[in-house]
Write a protein that binds this ligand. Structure first.
Ligand code: ADP
Ligand code: MG
Length: 348
């Protein structure tokens, strides 16, 4: 594996075009805030909006979204809904990641000092296999009343996600990688994932490697999260562990996640929520999507804009301008206005 960090894609006169997939629920309103903040901060990014009809029985919209991301290299994404019940129409979120071969999901979970959370001073990086495992979407009813679901673990994908985790640890001065698995029960599938991570670990003698069973990991995360540094895990365990850690830090509305392949990158809120029940009420926390947008700016090399917006976000959170998911009374609008205010101060 030659490179682990994707490079910024083609840009003209310093501007980038990025695919925007608002998705369902709170996605569209959060994207509206991103556009507003970008406009206000003078960010040289143009969005190509791509809507995906959740009720479609075909994948025409999805195919177009994939073409757009292939062209732009980078996307900002909400959670896409798939309402069609037609056989053969599978989760479009999963299909998108698979088609673009976004084999790793990285969720850097860092506490905000200003958020009243269950655990303090957390700094955990979750590196999750993003395209196979329990998400192979290969399910069938073999005989009436018996469902079989295939969990696919390959040598190739286990190796490159393990390599990514150790390489990330090395480049970012992290000390330990913990492989999270259930190899005591799933001896072949998780056994392979664990075995390969142990083999890759040998190439990184300066980084401590250990492993933990997923159930124990969930308990340890809640009771003693400070023992974790980089967590390397399979797809479904990664989804669970991500949600546990986000819960400890302040919930679904704060953190952003990155989906990487060798060629394309998708930025999105870390826990990939739709937020259907809170949509259109001016109460969704806009921070997770704005953090995803900041990550995207860093990736594209717009460092200055990223710093300005990041500082404005951090000041807003640490001043206690919180939506109700964080125990506050601010509306989404209040939070965004506060961020705009700090951008104005910083750029005046
Ligand atoms: P649902 O799909 O039922 O709407 P989700 O899985 O999308 O729920 O989200 C899980 C929980 O996290 C829900 O209670 C949702 O309201 C909450 N949530 C998700 N995103 C946000 C956000 N940006 N701000 C506040 N709450 C959020
Ligand atoms: Mg949901």
């Amino acid at each position: 594996i030659k490179k682990v960090m994707p490079i910024p894609k083609a840009h003209y006169g310093g501007r980038h075009t990025v695919t925007m997939l608002p998705g369902a629920g709170i996605g569209p309103e959060l994207m509206g805030y991103v556009k507003e903040v970008f406009k206000y901060a003078g960010v040289p990014v143009d969005f190509e909006d791509v809507e995906i009809d959740p009720n479609a029985d075909d994948n025409v919209d999805l195919d177009y979204a994939i073409t757009s991301i292939r062209r732009n290299g980078v996307a900002l994404k909400g959670n896409i809904e798939t309402r069609s019940t037609e056989a053969g129409v599978l989760s479009r979120n999963v299909a998108l990641r698979n088609e673009l071969d976004l084999y790793v999901n990285v969720l850097h979970c860092v506490s905000y000092p200003g958020v009243n959370s269950r655990q303090k001073n957390i700094d955990i990086v979750i590196v999750r296999q993003n395209t196979e495992g329990e998400y192979s979407m290969l399910e069938h009813e073999s005989v009436y009343g018996v469902i079989e679901s295939m969990k696919v673990i390959t040598n190739f994908n286990s190796e490159r996600v393990a390599r990514y985790a150790f390489e990330y640890a090395k480049r970012n001065g992290r000390k330990k990688v913990t492989t999270v698995h259930k190899a005591n029960i799933m001896k072949l599938s998780d056994g392979l994932f664990l075995e390969i991570s142990r083999r890759v670990a040998k190439d990184y003698p300066d980084i401590i490697h250990n492993d933990m069973i997923i159930d124990n990991c969930c308990m340890q995360l809640v009771s003693n999260p400070h023992q974790f540094d980089v967590v390397l895990t399979t797809n479904l365990y990664g989804a669970i562990v991500s949600n546990v850690v986000c819960g400890l830090l302040g919930g679904a509305g704060l953190l952003a996640g990155k989906n990487y392949g060798d060629h394309y990158t998708i930025f999105e809120p870390g826990t990939r929520n739709t937020g259907t029940s809170i949509a259109g009420k001016n109460i969704a926390n806009p921070i997770a999507m704005l953090n995803a947008a900041v990550d995207m700016l860093r990736h594209l090399g717009h460092k200055h804009h990223a710093i300005v917006i990041q500082n404005a976000i951090n000041k807003t959170i640490n001043q206690g301008v919180h939506t109700r998911d964080l125990g506050g009374t601010a509306t989404s609008r209040d939070v965004v206005d506060n961020i705009l205010k700090h951008i104005k101060i910083a750029t005046a």
